[in-house]
Design a binder for this molecule. Structure first.
Ligand code: SF4
Ligand code: SF4
Length: 215
Protein backbone atom coordinates (compact mmCIF):
# COMPACT_ATOMS: atom_id res chain seq x y z
CA UNK A 1 0.00 0.00 0.00
CA UNK A 2 0.99 3.63 -0.42
CA UNK A 3 1.84 5.08 2.98
CA UNK A 4 0.96 8.74 3.35
CA UNK A 5 0.77 11.15 6.25
CA UNK A 6 -1.45 14.20 6.60
CA UNK A 7 0.18 17.58 6.18
CA UNK A 8 0.04 19.98 9.16
CA UNK A 9 -3.23 21.95 9.26
CA UNK A 10 -1.38 25.30 8.98
CA UNK A 11 0.18 24.16 5.71
CA UNK A 12 -3.20 23.09 4.34
CA UNK A 13 -4.85 26.37 5.40
CA UNK A 14 -2.00 28.32 3.78
CA UNK A 15 -2.49 26.41 0.51
CA UNK A 16 -6.20 27.32 0.62
CA UNK A 17 -5.45 31.03 0.71
CA UNK A 18 -7.49 33.03 -1.78
CA UNK A 19 -10.63 30.91 -1.39
CA UNK A 20 -13.15 30.34 1.35
CA UNK A 21 -15.10 27.31 0.06
CA UNK A 22 -13.60 23.83 0.08
CA UNK A 23 -14.77 20.39 -1.04
CA UNK A 24 -12.90 17.59 0.77
CA UNK A 25 -12.05 14.26 -0.87
CA UNK A 26 -10.77 11.18 0.96
CA UNK A 27 -9.75 7.70 -0.21
CA UNK A 28 -11.24 4.47 1.12
CA UNK A 29 -8.13 2.40 0.43
CA UNK A 30 -4.51 3.19 1.45
CA UNK A 31 -5.20 6.64 2.93
CA UNK A 32 -7.85 5.11 5.16
CA UNK A 33 -5.53 2.33 6.40
CA UNK A 34 -2.75 4.80 7.29
CA UNK A 35 -5.27 7.23 8.77
CA UNK A 36 -4.34 10.10 6.48
CA UNK A 37 -7.58 10.44 4.54
CA UNK A 38 -10.35 8.02 5.51
CA UNK A 39 -13.87 8.95 6.58
CA UNK A 40 -12.77 9.84 10.11
CA UNK A 41 -9.96 12.13 8.90
CA UNK A 42 -12.24 13.78 6.34
CA UNK A 43 -14.80 14.65 9.03
CA UNK A 44 -12.05 15.88 11.35
CA UNK A 45 -10.67 18.04 8.56
CA UNK A 46 -14.15 19.42 7.92
CA UNK A 47 -14.40 20.49 11.58
CA UNK A 48 -10.89 21.95 11.57
CA UNK A 49 -11.44 23.98 8.40
CA UNK A 50 -14.81 25.21 9.62
CA UNK A 51 -13.12 26.38 12.83
CA UNK A 52 -10.50 28.10 10.65
CA UNK A 53 -13.24 30.12 8.94
CA UNK A 54 -13.67 28.05 5.76
CA UNK A 55 -16.97 26.84 4.34
CA UNK A 56 -16.97 23.14 3.47
CA UNK A 57 -19.33 22.68 0.51
CA UNK A 58 -19.27 18.88 0.82
CA UNK A 59 -17.17 15.78 1.39
CA UNK A 60 -16.73 12.42 -0.30
CA UNK A 61 -14.61 9.33 0.33
CA UNK A 62 -13.88 7.72 -3.05
CA UNK A 63 -13.26 3.99 -3.16
CA UNK A 64 -9.81 4.34 -4.82
CA UNK A 65 -8.80 7.86 -5.79
CA UNK A 66 -5.97 6.46 -7.96
CA UNK A 67 -8.72 4.99 -10.20
CA UNK A 68 -9.14 7.89 -12.61
CA UNK A 69 -12.48 6.96 -14.20
CA UNK A 70 -14.09 6.11 -10.85
CA UNK A 71 -12.85 9.35 -9.33
CA UNK A 72 -14.21 11.42 -12.22
CA UNK A 73 -17.54 9.57 -12.02
CA UNK A 74 -17.86 10.02 -8.24
CA UNK A 75 -17.04 13.73 -8.47
CA UNK A 76 -19.68 14.15 -11.19
CA UNK A 77 -22.21 12.70 -8.73
CA UNK A 78 -21.42 15.70 -6.46
CA UNK A 79 -21.18 18.23 -9.27
CA UNK A 80 -23.00 21.04 -7.43
CA UNK A 81 -20.90 20.85 -4.26
CA UNK A 82 -17.73 20.56 -6.31
CA UNK A 83 -18.66 23.54 -8.49
CA UNK A 84 -19.44 25.70 -5.43
CA UNK A 85 -15.96 25.13 -4.02
CA UNK A 86 -12.91 27.32 -4.70
CA UNK A 87 -10.60 24.39 -3.90
CA UNK A 88 -10.74 20.59 -3.84
CA UNK A 89 -8.73 19.38 -0.85
CA UNK A 90 -7.57 15.79 -1.45
CA UNK A 91 -6.57 13.55 1.44
CA UNK A 92 -5.03 10.69 -0.55
CA UNK A 93 -1.69 9.79 -2.08
CA UNK A 94 -0.25 11.95 -4.85
CA UNK A 95 -1.68 9.60 -7.48
CA UNK A 96 -5.17 10.26 -6.14
CA UNK A 97 -4.62 14.02 -6.05
CA UNK A 98 -3.74 13.88 -9.75
CA UNK A 99 -6.84 11.81 -10.60
CA UNK A 100 -8.89 14.59 -9.02
CA UNK A 101 -6.91 17.33 -10.83
CA UNK A 102 -7.48 15.60 -14.16
CA UNK A 103 -11.22 15.16 -13.56
CA UNK A 104 -11.88 18.88 -14.12
CA UNK A 105 -10.39 22.35 -13.95
CA UNK A 106 -10.82 23.01 -10.23
CA UNK A 107 -7.80 24.01 -8.16
CA UNK A 108 -6.56 21.07 -6.08
CA UNK A 109 -4.73 21.11 -2.76
CA UNK A 110 -2.76 18.04 -1.63
CA UNK A 111 -3.55 17.38 2.03
CA UNK A 112 -1.02 14.57 2.51
CA UNK A 113 2.58 13.64 1.77
CA UNK A 114 3.06 10.28 0.04
CA UNK A 115 5.92 8.56 1.85
CA UNK A 116 6.57 5.05 0.52
CA UNK A 117 5.23 1.73 -0.65
CA UNK A 118 4.76 -0.03 2.66
CA UNK A 119 4.27 -3.46 4.13
CA UNK A 120 1.88 -3.59 7.07
CA UNK A 121 3.56 -5.03 10.16
CA UNK A 122 0.47 -4.55 12.30
CA UNK A 123 -2.25 -1.92 12.58
CA UNK A 124 -0.55 1.49 12.51
CA UNK A 125 2.96 0.16 11.75
CA UNK A 126 4.21 0.31 8.15
CA UNK A 127 7.64 -0.69 6.86
CA UNK A 128 9.30 0.08 3.54
CA UNK A 129 10.50 -3.12 1.88
CA UNK A 130 10.36 -2.32 -1.84
CA UNK A 131 11.41 0.83 -3.72
CA UNK A 132 9.76 -0.21 -7.01
CA UNK A 133 13.12 -0.38 -8.78
CA UNK A 134 11.67 -2.22 -11.80
CA UNK A 135 14.48 -4.83 -11.79
CA UNK A 136 13.71 -7.17 -8.91
CA UNK A 137 16.68 -9.08 -7.45
CA UNK A 138 14.91 -10.75 -4.53
CA UNK A 139 15.49 -14.24 -6.00
CA UNK A 140 19.24 -13.79 -5.50
CA UNK A 141 19.12 -12.11 -2.12
CA UNK A 142 17.10 -14.54 -0.05
CA UNK A 143 13.95 -12.43 -0.38
CA UNK A 144 15.52 -9.42 1.37
CA UNK A 145 15.65 -6.28 -0.78
CA UNK A 146 19.15 -4.76 -0.86
CA UNK A 147 17.89 -1.71 -2.75
CA UNK A 148 15.52 -0.75 0.05
CA UNK A 149 16.60 -2.45 3.26
CA UNK A 150 20.30 -1.56 2.85
CA UNK A 151 20.60 2.11 3.78
CA UNK A 152 22.97 2.64 0.83
CA UNK A 153 21.01 0.49 -1.61
CA UNK A 154 24.13 -1.58 -2.36
CA UNK A 155 23.89 -4.35 -4.97
CA UNK A 156 26.86 -6.11 -3.31
CA UNK A 157 27.53 -5.92 0.39
CA UNK A 158 28.11 -5.47 3.19
CA UNK A 159 29.97 -2.19 3.03
CA UNK A 160 33.01 -1.48 5.19
CA UNK A 161 30.90 0.28 7.80
CA UNK A 162 29.03 -2.81 9.02
CA UNK A 163 29.87 -3.52 12.68
CA UNK A 164 28.82 -6.57 14.65
CA UNK A 165 26.04 -7.19 12.14
CA UNK A 166 24.62 -3.70 12.45
CA UNK A 167 24.34 -0.92 9.88
CA UNK A 168 26.77 1.98 9.69
CA UNK A 169 23.96 4.43 9.00
CA UNK A 170 21.82 3.31 11.95
CA UNK A 171 23.61 1.27 14.59
CA UNK A 172 20.27 0.07 15.95
CA UNK A 173 19.40 -1.63 12.65
CA UNK A 174 20.63 -4.95 11.38
CA UNK A 175 22.78 -4.69 8.26
CA UNK A 176 20.63 -5.83 5.32
CA UNK A 177 23.55 -7.76 3.84
CA UNK A 178 24.12 -9.67 7.09
CA UNK A 179 20.42 -10.57 7.04
CA UNK A 180 20.79 -11.68 3.41
CA UNK A 181 23.85 -13.78 4.29
CA UNK A 182 22.12 -15.42 7.24
CA UNK A 183 18.99 -16.17 5.22
CA UNK A 184 20.98 -17.74 2.36
CA UNK A 185 23.10 -19.69 4.84
CA UNK A 186 19.98 -21.19 6.44
CA UNK A 187 18.79 -22.13 2.95
CA UNK A 188 22.14 -23.75 2.11
CA UNK A 189 22.87 -21.47 -0.85
CA UNK A 190 25.31 -18.91 0.47
CA UNK A 191 27.51 -19.50 -2.62
CA UNK A 192 25.17 -17.14 -4.47
CA UNK A 193 27.02 -14.29 -2.78
CA UNK A 194 30.27 -15.27 -4.53
CA UNK A 195 28.86 -13.87 -7.76
CA UNK A 196 29.26 -10.09 -8.08
CA UNK A 197 25.92 -8.56 -9.00
CA UNK A 198 26.36 -6.18 -11.97
CA UNK A 199 25.49 -2.51 -11.56
CA UNK A 200 21.78 -1.83 -11.72
CA UNK A 201 20.19 -0.53 -14.90
CA UNK A 202 18.53 2.67 -13.73
CA UNK A 203 16.63 2.92 -17.02
CA UNK A 204 14.09 0.60 -15.35
CA UNK A 205 13.40 3.37 -12.87
CA UNK A 206 12.62 6.06 -15.44
CA UNK A 207 9.54 8.18 -15.02
CA UNK A 208 6.86 8.91 -15.93
CA UNK A 209 6.23 5.22 -16.45
CA UNK A 210 3.21 3.36 -17.76
CA UNK A 211 2.11 -0.17 -18.53
CA UNK A 212 -0.59 -1.44 -20.86
CA UNK A 213 -1.56 -5.08 -20.50
CA UNK A 214 -1.86 -7.17 -23.67
CA UNK A 215 -5.38 -8.43 -24.24
S1 SF4 B 1 14.75 -5.46 -5.82
FE1 SF4 B 1 13.75 -4.45 -4.09
S2 SF4 B 1 13.14 -2.45 -4.89
FE2 SF4 B 1 13.53 -3.73 -6.64
S3 SF4 B 1 11.47 -4.55 -7.16
FE3 SF4 B 1 12.57 -6.08 -5.86
S4 SF4 B 1 11.85 -5.61 -3.78
FE4 SF4 B 1 11.37 -3.83 -5.04
S1 SF4 C 1 26.09 -1.54 6.94
FE1 SF4 C 1 24.93 -2.99 5.67
S2 SF4 C 1 22.82 -2.12 5.50
FE2 SF4 C 1 24.18 -0.50 6.28
S3 SF4 C 1 24.80 0.62 4.47
FE3 SF4 C 1 26.42 -0.92 4.85
S4 SF4 C 1 25.79 -2.71 3.63
FE4 SF4 C 1 24.00 -1.36 3.76
Amino acid sequence: MIVSTQKPLEEIVAALEGGSRVFIIGCAKCATVCKAGGEEEVFRMQDALTAAGKEVTGTIVIDETCHMLRTARDLRSRREQVEEADFLLVLSCGAGVQSVAEAGEKKVVAGTDSRFLGNIRRFGRFEQRCSLCGDCRLSDSGGVCPVTVCAKGLSNGPCGGMEEGNCEVDRNSRCAWVTIYERLERQGRVERLEVITPARDFAHKRHPNSLTLEK
